[in-house]
Ligand binder design. Structure first.
Ligand SMILES: NC(=O)c1ccc[n+]([C@@H]2O[C@H](COP(=O)([O-])OP(=O)(O)OC[C@H]3O[C@@H](n4cnc5c(N)ncnc54)[C@H](OP(=O)(O)O)[C@@H]3O)[C@@H](O)[C@H]2O)c1
Length: 257
């Protein structure tokens, strides 16, 4: 089998690091992108100790034009990518009217601008080769209004709609697109200063997903030719289905004020 390559953003932690482990286990060579070079190198060492794959570390801040441009240049120099996983992301919890607007705009840049730039860089080769997969990591928050993080849910909704439209454009090319929409997942996402008021232990266990399960569901759906929008876990699949019904939409509007 020919060598396969994946580029994963936000690979220094959580869901991105898990994509790296599971793809390495399938013999896929990796390029890992995030800001924290030390953590990327540690993951590289862990993977290289277990799997015979090449691992390239690409430190980059995807909220900066220069960071995005560096990754674009790297992709364009490759013979092709089999997987592009746009996973880097973060959340905020303050009210929008009181928020640091630069941080909100950096979130849009990491979630949306970087995803668009990297997809645009990777797609011509994927189309030419008639294969490849793009996974855009969105969130269940894409499906409803979320007070205290409207920028987050809006940028994730953009990723879901972008992925749907892009997959329609790519019909018949052999290239597949997935919008992966996890609910609460145990990663470092909620660990920062930003989330100090968020009491994780108040959420029941069944609402917490594991990163390895989220990634397994995503890769399984790709393998089986599943839908564009993938929601891991029975609880969140039910919730997303319900909030898209008229009663669900009404209740959601009512509880979110
Ligand atoms: N955990 C959840 O409950 C949950 C639920 C739904 C969706 N998600 C989504 O899942 C994705 C992965 O998050 P996670 O849960 O795995 O959280 P995480 O453990 O905090 O990982 C986030 C990753 O994004 C990277 N990142 C953040 N800002 C970046 C920037 N400016 N430039 C480059 N990389 C950046 C981080 O790396 P550096 O800090 O090293 O840059 C890290 O590798 C995110 O898109 C998140 O929105 C998470």
């Amino acid at each position: 089998m020919a060598d396969r390559y994946a580029l994963i953003t936000g690979a220094s932690s959580g869901i991105g690091a898990e994509f790296a482990r599971q793809l390495a286990a399938q013999g896929v060579h990796l390029a890992l992108v995030a800001r924290n070079e030390e953590r990327l190198n540690a993951l590289r060492a862990e993977i290289r100790a277990t799997f015979p794959v090449a691992v390239e570390v690409l430190p980059a801040d995807l909220s900066e034009e220069s960071g995005m441009a560096g990754v674009v240049t790297f992709i364009q120099a490759l013979p092709g990518l089999d997987y592009l996983i746009n996973n880097a992301g973060f959340g905020t919890t303050d009210l929008f009217a009181e928020s640091d607007i630069d941080r909100q705009l950096r979130m849009v840049a990491v979630h949306v601008n970087a995803t668009l730039r990297l997809c645009r860089a990777a797609l011509p080769r994927m189309i030419e080769r008639g294969s490849g997969a793009i996974i855009n990591v969105a969130s269940v928050s894409a499906f409803g209004p979320t007070p205290h993080s409207p920028t987050y849910s809006a940028s994730k909704a953009a990723l879901v709609n972008f992925s749907r439209g892009l997959q329609s454009e790519l019909r018949g090319t052999g290239v597949r697109v997935q919008a992966l929409c996890p609910g609460f997942t145990r990663t470092h996402f909620h660990d920062g200063e930003e989330f100090k008021g968020f009491r994780q232990e108040r959420l029941p266990d069944f609402m917490w997903l594991r990163a390895d399960g989220v990634v397994r569901d995503s890769l399984r759906a790709l393998r089986l030719g599943g839908p564009v929008v993938v929601v891991p876990g029975w609880f969140y699949r039910l919730a997303v289905t319900f909030i898209q019904t008229p009663v669900g939409r009404f209740l959601l509007e009512a509880v979110s004020g």
